[in-house]
Write a protein that binds this ligand. Structure first.
Ligand SMILES: Nc1ncnc2c1ncn2[C@@H]1O[C@H](COP(=O)(O)OP(=O)(O)OP(=O)(O)O)[C@@H](O)[C@H]1O
Length: 271
């Protein structure tokens, strides 16, 4: 008898000809002997908003870092818009792609981190225009005009000439969001973007991101402990444990009617 397919593989069937924004095909990631992700398959459609939940150490951040090419997988393939990110299959062998290719691919992806990672010696505007000018080759005037629009969008139009240190944590994170959007990414990765913030400014950052979700088509992958935010913004939730997807579905289903015991235990601990 053929083996039945794994119940929750994260892979979904797309309409013919529909190329996924992100595809993980049998991805493995190890740190030394520690296998963090094994045989992982994920398909993310264009415009999807996918939240990754699961206990600490289950591999959520590693998935975002692999997509951002801050880490490299030890096996399998990651495809962005149908194109290999770092490795491809050539004559039956898994071959690493050149740095130039990776750099091209990376331009399509933006990431906002828990620690805002702004350049401290640059002004807010310089932080925002740095990559558009130096990586995309955008004209400085155009980048500044776009930077102004983005500062409006994140509610900080008056902060263009300030340095990060003079801003609150919430304001710095809003600048980091503007900086990520300045590259006009097709994919936006959000890694616990409110975890380092004082509780009173969490709401302002989440509202900005709700607005980004409502006003753009950017594909989002979100790691967060803010379950209400995940519920509001995402259309799919993937529950991880031990580097595998144990359950997935729309947020209402996962949060209100989880099926797997591990999901129930995780949610009862965080909700
Ligand atoms: N650079 C690294 N070197 C060694 N081990 C690592 C490294 N990065 C992550 N790990 C390990 O990989 C596992 C998965 O980590 P990861 O940060 O992806 O989990 P997570 O689900 O995001 O956890 P958290 O919710 O605590 O952020 C953990 O056991 C972690 O210790």
């Amino acid at each position: 008898m053929p083996t039945p397919p794994e119940p929750h593989t994260g892979a979904i069937t797309l309409a013919d000809g529909d190329v996924p924004a992100i595809q993980f095909d049998n991805v493995e990631k190890r740190f030394g002997d520690h296998v963090v992700l094994q045989g992982l398959n994920i398909t993310v459609r264009r415009g999807d908003r996918v939240t990754l939940i699961g206990p600490s150490g289950s591999g959520k951040t590693t998935i975002l870092r692999l997509i951002m090419t801050l880490e490299e997988a030890n096996g399998g393939f990651i495809l962005i818009d149908g194109r290999p990110l770092t490795h491809e299959l050539r004559d039956g062998k898994r071959v690493a792609l050149k740095e130039k290719h990776r750099n091209e691919m990376r331009k399509r992806i933006g990431m906002v981190f828990q620690q805002f990672n702004l350049f401290p010696n640059m002004t807010v505007m310089e932080n925002i225009i740095e990559a558009p000018v130096h990586v995309l080759g955008m004209r400085k005037d155009d980048a500044i005009a776009r930077g102004r629009e983005l500062l409006e969008k994140v509610g900080l139009p008056e902060k263009a000439n300030e340095h990060p240190a003079s801003l609150s944590g919430g304001q710095q994170q809003r600048v980091a969001i503007a900086r990520a959007l300045a590259m006009e990414p097709e994919i936006l990765l959000l890694d616990e973007v409110t975890s380092a913030l004082d509780p009173e400014v969490v709401g302002e950052v989440l509202n900005i991101l709700r607005n980004v979700a409502e006003t753009t088509n950017v594909t989002m992958l979100i790691v967060t402990h803010e379950m209400q935010f995940a519920r509001d913004v995402s259309n799919r939730v993937l529950m991880f444990d031990g580097g595998r997807i144990v359950e997935e579905g729309p947020p209402d289903e996962i949060f209100s009617h989880p099926k797997e015991q591990r999901t129930k235990d995780f949610l009862s601990a965080v909700l």
